[in-house]
Design a protein. Structure first.
Length: 94
């Protein structure tokens, strides 16, 4: 039998509803930690670059560096390398 939220609340536990965040430019700026001075059009261009590369800045595959440029994380580089058929991982000698 499926439990209702009221059943959980009556037992003394708190239940919070997760509200979706509206994809406004301000919410994007806050979540992605966009540097001050970066224009909205530049932000949208950066998101398009991420999309074209197949990387997701919302999961930490790309981020804004201190100088304001869009940078790829190690996990993002691993994703890009895995897609490249010519990539050969380095040998470690172990």
């Amino acid at each position: 039998m499926k439990r209702r939220n009221m059943d959980i609340i009556e037992q003394g536990n708190t239940v919070q509803e997760i509200q979706p965040i509206a994809p406004t430019v301000e919410n994007l700026r806050t979540f992605l930690k966009v540097p001050e001075g970066k224009k909205d059009t530049e932000l949208m261009l950066d998101l398009e670059i991420a999309r074209q590369r197949g990387l997701n800045p919302f999961t930490g595959e790309m981020y804004y560096a201190q100088d304001g440029r869009l940078a790829v994380t190690k996990s993002g580089e691993s994703i890009l390398a895995a897609r490249n058929p010519n990539f050969e991982p380095p040998t470690t000698g172990l």
